[in-house]
Write a protein that binds this ligand. Structure first.
Ligand code: GDP
Length: 401
């Protein structure tokens, strides 16, 4: 299976989700022209209504590549009116980037989306954006994430410069400085004036990790301290288990920090294989184990999470949980009791569609052909009908404000 990261970007409206997404896709080589939110050219916003309103309301899935990994960014609406869509998109992603405004820190909407992601057990990293704004305060933002969302939020960055003078970050995991100038990043030793504070923060991070990770704890006392490799591996494991959330910072609008965010997505967020099995109901015969792990050789099981467009332009976005979906095949829409032919399978990229012959477990693709499958439908092999179970019991969103 190709190395895959299916991720969502979660944010309060205006925190910079669209800008961060657009910059990620640009850097990952998918956008050849920089879109700006205000002139309506941002590529994840397919829908004219979105352009008009300036908010993202449709959960389009956009694929790109970074460091040999296929990233699919599932656009997760941050607007409260569209919570059904948020629920469906949270169900199909494996990990998420939560974007915060460096001035406002945690806002009420970021809190409600965060709590929903908790219910789906979605591992997360946090990106404190807009570090160039007057009043931006990374430490205060991290403190508000700790106080309101996750007590074990660990800053892996130390900002270099402040507000309009924000120039880059010290990467505390690899102990190096990354400075951006006109969108180009230079890697260099940590500036002398930040060395002491970087060392202290690294030490605090090592302690916090060692406290929660037994192999890291052993090394912490034996060395003393942790190697960069052990620290990165432990951060990944603790992120996947939800015990910690690493916090990065940047200013997407000024092209600062987005490469490090992409690196962190690959480094810390889960692949489909890292995720817990998905439960399903077997509709024919008795299953020995009614859970699905992403195996391309099993019978097909896929979930429709978004339908965009109408008529021949209708795109049915699916997440494949098991098996292989091939172009030209027919699949059973279990709920509707209908079979549908898959005329084409496409990966939607920022500025184009790429047609593929097949898609496998773990993939997110758009299907052209199904005429009636609705969001929430299970698609499966006609001779092996299964129904995906609702993933979690509905619970009220708890606010700790
Ligand atoms: P969304 O509502 O979360 O999708 O936020 P947008 O990406 O639309 O951004 C909201 C506003 O913040 C826009 O005017 C952006 O230009 C601006 N913005 C986004 N990122 C940054 C940043 O890093 N620094 C500053 N100063 N402004 C930003």
């Amino acid at each position: 299976m190709t190395a895959v990261r299916n991720l969502g970007i979660l944010a309060h409206v205006d925190a910079g989700k669209t800008t961060v997404t657009e910059r990620m896709l640009f850097l990952a080589g998918e956008i050849h022209k920089r879109g700006e939110v205000h002139d309506g050219t941002t590529v994840t916003d397919f829908d004219p209504q979105e352009r008009e309103r300036g908010i993202t309301i449709s959960a389009a899935a956009v694929a790109c590549e970074w460091n040999g990994h296929r990233l699919t960014v599932i656009d997760t609406p941050g607007h409260v009116d569209f919570s059904d869509e948020v629920e469906r998109s949270l169900r199909v992603l494996d990990g998420a980037v939560a974007v915060f405004d460096a001035v406002a820190g945690v806002e009420p909407q970021s809190e409600s989306v965060w709590r929903r992601a908790d219910r789906y057990g979605v591992p997360r990293i946090a990106f404190v954006n807009k570090m160039d704004r007057a009043g931006a305060d990374f430490d205060a933002a991290v403190a508000s994430i700790r106080a309101r969302l996750h007590p074990a939020a660990l800053a892996v960055h130390l900002p270099i410069g402040a507000e309009a003078g924000f120039a880059g970050v010290v990467d505390l995991v690899r102990m190096r400085a990354l400075v951006w100038e006109s969108g180009t990043v230079t890697v260099s030793p940590i500036p002398a004036e930040l060395e002491q504070i970087a060392r202290e923060r690294r030490r605090l991070m090592e302690e916090a990790v060692a406290e929660r990770h037994s192999a890291a704890l052993e090394e912490f006392y034996a060395r003393p301290g942790l190697s960069d490799v052990t620290l990165a591996a432990a951060l990944r494991e603790l992120t996947l288990s939800g015990e910690i959330v690493t916090v990065l910072c940047g200013a997407a609008y000024r092209d600062i920090g987005v490469e490090t965010l992409l690196d962190a997505v690959v480094e810390y967020l889960p692949s489909p294989l890292d995720r817990p099995p998905v439960r399903f109901e077997w509709l024919c015969g008795e299953p020995s184990e009614p859970v699905l792990t992403p195996d391309p050789s099993d019978p097909l099981v896929a979930l429709v999470f978004k339908v965009q467009g109408t008529g021949s332009g209708r795109r049915t976005f699916v997440r494949i949980y098991a098996g292989t979906l091939r172009k030209g095949e027919s699949v059973l829409d279990v709920g509707a009791g209908r079979t549908e032919r898959i005329a084409r399978i496409v990966r939607v990229q920022a500025d184009r569609h790429t047609e593929v012959e097949q898609a496998v477990a773990g993939d997110i693709v758009a299907l052209i052909g199904p005429k009636s499958a609705r969001a929430g439908a299970t698609l499966c092999a006609p001779d092996a009908p299964v129904l995906l179970e609702p993933p979690v019991a509905a619970e009220p969103v708890v606010s700790v404000a």
